[in-house]
Design a protein around this ligand. Sequence first.
Ligand code: MN3
Length: 208
Amino acid sequence: MSKFELPDLPYAYDALDPYMSAETLEFHHDKHHLAYISKGNELIAGTDLEGKTLDEIVVASFNDPSKAGLFNQAGQHWNHLHFWNWMKPNGGGQSMPGELEAAITQNFGSFAEFRGQFIEAGMTQFGSGWCWLVLNAQGQLEIMKTPNGENPLAHGKTAILGCDVWEHSYYIDYRNARPKYLEAFIDNMVNWEYVAELFDQGPLKVAA
Ligand code: MN3
């Protein structure tokens, strides 16, 4: 039986400084992500979803109102597993694998237009949530935003990049300046190689 488990961060706690501090990463990874895992493992025990893949658990629990509590934890576990890998030291900017850059330019007109739409989605997500760059079932790129633990997977789309805009993600470093955090995410932290890897895999089967 597979249980939700906390992965190590793929870099040191201070690796994203000054854009995301060690204090933020310690709280966010060691406390917030761990809490989703612990609560998720509690809620899934003894249900028919025990032993399914995380992708299957996210989709099934989203579509079953009686499992809304489990969905919150499973969705957030899925989101954070990716989020740690969507960042890296010396990341961000426009330097990314060529096919991904071409797809972004083709879908949005320019990198600057994509950047603006992504930041706008994060700024206008009222309250806690996420903003996303996703592949739809036709393989086209779109910008999305979702509340709380919801993610593109639950809505039949495939996230290739996501940014956590819950206050726990930025309040220590940016206080209430969510736009500055979003700009730093895109300009200085995104791990475009990981985004390109997900782009190359195409739409997730469980989502499509
Ligand atoms: Mn978070």
